[in-house]
Design a protein around this ligand. Sequence first.
Ligand SMILES: O=C(O)c1ccc[n+]([C@@H]2O[C@H](COP(=O)([O-])O)[C@@H](O)[C@H]2O)c1
Ligand SMILES: Cc1cc2nc[nH]c2cc1C
Length: 368
Amino acid sequence: MMLETTIAAIRPADEAAMAAARELHGRLTKPAGSLGALEELSVRLAGLAGACPPPLPEPAAVAIFAGDHGVHAQGVSPWPQEVTAQMIGNFLAGGAVVNAFARQAGASVTVVDVGVATPLPTDPAVADAAGLDPAVLDPAVPRLVVASVRRGTRDLAVTAALTRDEALAAVQTGIRIADELIDAGAGILLTGDMGIGNTTPAAALIAAFTGVDALDATGRGTGVDDPTYAHKVAVVRAALARHIPDPTDPLGVLAAVGGLEHAALAGLILGAAARRTPVLLDGVIAVSAALAAAAFAPDAVSAMVAGHRSAEPGATVALRHLGLDPLIDLGLRLGEGTGALLALPVVTGAVRVLHEVATFDSAGVAEK
Ligand SMILES: O=C(O)c1ccc[n+]([C@@H]2O[C@H](COP(=O)([O-])O)[C@@H](O)[C@H]2O)c1
Ligand SMILES: Cc1cc2nc[nH]c2cc1C
């Protein structure tokens, strides 16, 4: 689907299905409210599906969008830019943390190059591990999709990171990947990202969409020291002053201070919402993209589940703005989709209760 059609297809949650889920919870063999946040989560998923119970969120598919960032030249990350491409090699070889967690969860991994600056690894071992043409949802074989818009963004400290057309192309790629995964049978999408330097555009997006100060939106990313952190905040502040991004123009914001993976993730989220399929958000890059998706289509929030609370302070700012409570809070700050994968069993459990738990009536258990 194209962006405009996708936005037009996103509808509010189904109130009747939500009411049915709340009513069912009241009849299940457990004290009312005893499953805490899982109860409201299952109600939200019923509203998204327009059915009670909603379908089990299976199979799960992680989409890792990878890109590089011109702002890396400002010294905002301690890591060399080549690590983005090298980690793609690691994802395809199955050796990254995301692969370990995806195997545990039985989730497929799709890596999408939307704008990596350096050449992807051509090591034949990696190519072999990737397979020639792995099935779209094969949990055993990571898949690479090359959809590069440009080899990294421009430096947002100097000029707009992207043109509107480039940002749109990345958003469209995200929508296409969502459609492809859902067409292949995915019952839930999980966001993943890889991009050295990408916490700087994430911070700028969060400040632009929520209006908080650059200091509150910016974190230490992969782990910068105090002087580098102060410099990173100054870079974000100066970029906002230079571009004055308009939060009611999400494509303009993504183009001015975003990244190709942020734009593609916004597209993935919109694509999932249009197909009434839940999208489990990972860390700060995902939630910055979710702000863009919500600016395109406020009802897209109904499809979002916040997997975890990243250690990046901007993630908490973004989650509050979206009105989402994260399922787990473990101080993770890796990205790749790792936090979303750890939260996946919580989401499945929330839905499984509505499918499998007996009612007081059917089980012959006395009510209070
Ligand atoms: O997911 C998060 O919240 C998160 C927090 C900090 C860092 N990361 C990952 O680290 C990389 C960006 O960090 P940096 O310091 O280079 O901006 C990128 O590959 C992200 O996936 C991810
Ligand atoms: C090694 C490494 C792995 C990552 N995974 C996601 N972001 C990352 C950043 C680095 C530096």
